[in-house]
Design a protein around this ligand. Structure first.
Ligand SMILES: [Ca+2]
Length: 379
């Protein structure tokens, strides 16, 4: 684990302030439940080779995707031998690699999201039988060419509605040179929503927001994203949360309620966070982030996480846990009706945090690109 002196100092100060606040609260009135930071620790449970994504698998097991192209299952003794190896089909230059894995609701199909050897974003499907991938059933569901090696997004997961959501970055370079974020005629810079088994190679749900707009791609669910680096649905409420990496100034967390009809415009590249980007004008339909932070601290690239719905850490229940690749400090947000009502430094550092994984039991794991797979435990 890296030593981060400034981070430790900040964490120490936060603890002190929290302690003072608690003392004051207990002297005058009972502290509101959940207003103090939950006490957590990180338990190392495995070492992987550049873990980049993960998901809960059959039987509640945690499946981990390694960036170079292997998928392994977490057991009591760490990670097992690869259950899938596509390392000959991808590269890890730039921000490329195996970037996302997901199961559908009944664990009948498994999906991988990776950049192929030409850098094209690719989503492939495998049938799953008795908890095992069926290699013969592999097929490509969706592809998207990428003009640059960075900003591939690549996360994917099923929503509570049973559809597959896929995050794609703006195509890369810097400053969105092709204007993809606000262009509804490209899948780049978007969150997509498809029905992978409803057609060949997939179907578009009839209630997607732009199906009646001939100038917009039917697959688009939400737009104005730069590099959506991990999104999730709150397993308690169904709300959507997206970590969107900023250009050079503002990292952000975006949100939509479970009953959203889609079509949210998260602003990029007219906006970076709440701020007009390079003279951009705020779109009338801009949905601002529920949370943003600047780069004056140690953060430089947000990593979206999950709303904690596990059992082991009662004080963390209902809070959104996220981090930053450069900072590594785990943080949590209290969110009520789409408004952040509290932010906490959880006082632990996950290293080069590239992803969180929600296990089948709701407990959360942290993936350090350097190799450590940790579980968030009570302190
Ligand atoms: Ca935004």
């Amino acid at each position: 684990m890296k030593v981060r002196t400034r981070s430790s100092a900040i964490a120490g100060a936060a603890c002190l302030i929290a302690a003072l606040a608690l003392t004051t609260a207990s002297a005058e009135e009972p502290a509101a439940r959940g207003t103090a930071a939950a006490q957590v620790s990180l338990k190392e449970v495995a070492t992987a080779k550049n873990p980049a994504a993960g998901t809960a698998g059959p039987g509640g097991d945690v499946w981990i995707a390694e960036r170079a192209g292997t998928v392994r299952v977490l057991g009591d003794q760490g990670l097992g031998e690869p259950v899938l190896d596509i390392s000959g089909e991808t590269t890890t230059d730039g921000e490329r690699g195996l970037l996302g894995i997901a199961f559908d609701k009944d664990f009948a199909h498994f999906y991988i999201s990776f950049t192929d050897r030409e850098g094209t974003s690719t989503v492939d499907e495998f049938a799953v039988k008795d908890g095992k991938l069926q290699p013969d059933t592999r097929r490509t569901v969706l592809t998207q060419t990428q003009p640059y090696a960075n900003h591939n997004g690549g996360d994917l997961r099923f929503g509570p509605d049973g559809y597959l959501y896929i995050a794609l970055g703006d195509g890369g370079s810097g400053g969105d040179p092709h204007g993809n974020g606000q262009n509804l005629d490209t899948l780049l810079g978007k969150l997509l929503r498809i029905d992978p088994t409803g057609g060949d190679p997939y179907a578009v749900p009839a209630d997607n927001p732009f199906v009646d707009d001939p100038k917009a791609k039917d697959e688009i669910w939400a737009y104005g994203l730069r590099n959506p680096w991990k999104f999730s649905f709150d397993s308690g409420t169904g709300d959507l949360l997206i970590g969107d990496v900023g250009q050079s100034a503002w990292e952000e967390i975006d949100w939509a309620p479970a009953d959203s009809k889609g079509g949210e415009n998260y602003g990029w590249s007219a906006m970076e966070g709440n701020h007009p980007f390079r003279g951009g004008t705020e779109p009338a339909n801009h949905v601002p982030p529920i949370h943003e932070y600047d780069r004056n601290g140690l953060g430089c690239s947000v990593t979206g996480g999950y709303v904690y719905r596990g059992e082991k850490i009662p004080d963390l229940k209902g809070q959104y846990v996220f981090s930053d690749y450069c900072d590594g400090t785990l943080r949590s947000l209290q969110i009520e009706n789409g408004q952040v009502t509290g932010e906490h430094d959880l006082g632990v550092n996950g290293g080069e945090v590239v992803s969180f994984v929600q296990g089948g039991n709701g407990e959360l794991y942290v993936l350090d690109l350097g190799g450590t797979v940790s579980r968030i435990d009570p302190a």
